[in-house]
Design a protein around this ligand. Structure first.
Ligand code: PLP
Length: 414
């Protein structure tokens, strides 16, 4: 594995930061403090170089060519699939479908498995902390097929109401679709337990892994999930690429998602037969360069080790939480026991957007608003939050800058 990071059990944070060219820039005359990682992470040089290497060295369409460039491109593309399969411990690369991202993976399942399996009165059970991309595809589906959407409530702590879940599962939903970790609260949901209970009730389980894959060890076989969807750009890789993992028996039984080249075995006007997995779900020329660089992002994460990444981000979370709690009028939204490096907060009397603008003036990038979780914001009776979210390259010093910036904003605005 190619990596310039030689780290065993802990980070040399300076060395890690050096791999990310954008972290050297300034914003409004101040060093950039990038704390919008739940939206998208920055990219290490090796990921950027991977794109250039493909386009300048072996750009070719994959799978169909017999010339050298096509063979090199195909090998690199399929190597990325191997890396992705290993990364989530899928049994086979056949179960790893490249998509445009988490959203497309969920839509793929809704339009294929969903259209075939959901009909009048069937229940799709989601949670009250879902991103819009794990709500709207199911609404489109049930509108077409006459299904019903049910929702697991969220407790004040930002955790799922598991008692309510155990009651709702008795309605025998056909599908349970929840996130592994909430982008708005940071809550890590008990996916293994939810999956096991759902399977006992005969439901298929889809997990939105957009927020979890960069931070938690993911073993789709141990979790026993049926579908797991995630995005490269939230794990140091390029935009426009993601993975939908699906269990082989489900993927084989589902109809294709899109028709076109690559997803077929044989086409005639009388009848078309579809390709083997995973190509059945990859119609047309895929995003070759970005898939290859996504593989390099996986190398990057592996070179540091997920456990190290998690431990580092956990200490940032604890440090940030303790400092923010000292600020008068500041309330953290979402204080689950199991939580990733996300701090969502509101400050009495101040609109989140004003905080965001003032922090930007200090070079600090956070996210403000509803975070594509409008029903969750409604649940907490707030229009939105300010959210700082951490990645492997963030430092305690950056959290100090964030806290100073918030204190200054409070003084100015109240
Ligand atoms: N699900 C969650 C929990 C997210 O945080 C996001 C993005 O913020 C998505 C889904 C959608 O991901 P993408 O836009 O990469 O498809």
């Amino acid at each position: 594995m190619s990596s310039s990071v030689a780290i065993e059990n802990a980070f040399d944070i300076g060395q890690v930061r050096n791999l990310f060219p954008v972290l050297k820039r300034e914003v409004k005359g101040k060093p950039l403090v990038y704390l919008d990682n739940a939206a998208t992470t920055q990219k290490p040089q090796m990921v950027i170089d991977g794109l250039v290497a493909y386009y300048s060295g072996y750009n070719a369409n994959i799978h169909r060519g017999i010339h050298t460039l096509a063979e090199e491109a195909t090998a690199a593309y399929e190597q990325a699939r191997h890396k992705a399969a290993k990364f989530i411990h899928a049994e086979s690369t056949d179960e790893v479908i490249f998509t445009r991202g988490t959203t497309e993976g969920i839509n793929l399942v809704a339009s294929t498995w969903g259209r075939r399996n959901i009909s009048n009165g069937d229940i799709v059970l989601i949670s009250g902390m879902e991103h819009h991309s794990n709500i709207v595809p199911w609404q489109i589906l049930i509108e077409e097929k006459g299904g019903v959407l049910e929702v697991i409530p969220v407790l004040d702590s930002g955790e799922l109401d598991m008692d309510a879940f155990r009651r709702l599962i008795q309605h025998n939903p056909k599908l349970v679709a929840i996130n592994h970790a909430s982008n708005a609260l940071g809550t890590v949901n008990p996916v293994k337990e939810i999956t096991s209970i759902s399977h006992d009730a005969g439901a298929v389980v889809l997990i939105d892994g957009a927020q979890s894959v960069a931070h938690l060890e993911i073993d789709v076989q141990a979790l026993d999930v049926d579908f797991y969807s995630f995005s490269s750009h939230k794990m140091y890789g390029p935009t426009g690429v993601g993975v939908l993992y699906g269990k082989r028996n489900l993927l084989e039984a589902m109809p294709p998602y899109q028709g076109g080249g690559e997803m077929i075995k044989e086409v005639s006007f009388a009848k078309t037969t579809y390709n083997e997995l995973p190509y059945k779900y990859e119609a047309g020329t895929p995003n070759i360069a970005d898939v290859i660089s996504f593989g390099l992002a996986i190398d990057f994460i592996n070179s540091l080790g997920k456990r190290n990444i998690y431990a580092h981000e956990k200490s940032l979370l604890e440090y940030g939480t303790s400092l923010l709690k000292e600020i008068d009028g500041l309330q953290i939204i979402g204080e689950a026991q199991e939580k990733l490096g996300v701090i969502s907060f509101i400050i009495e009397g101040i609109h989140p957007q004003d905080i965001g603008i003032l922090l930007d003036n200090a070079g600090v990038a956070i996210r403000t608003g509803h975070h594509c979780t409008q029903p969750l914001m409604e649940r907490f009776k707030i229009p939105g939050t300010s959210r700082a979210s951490f990645a492997v390259y963030n430092t305690m010093g950056e959290i100090d800058v964030l806290v100073q910036g918030i204190k200054k904003a409070v003084k100015l605005l109240i």
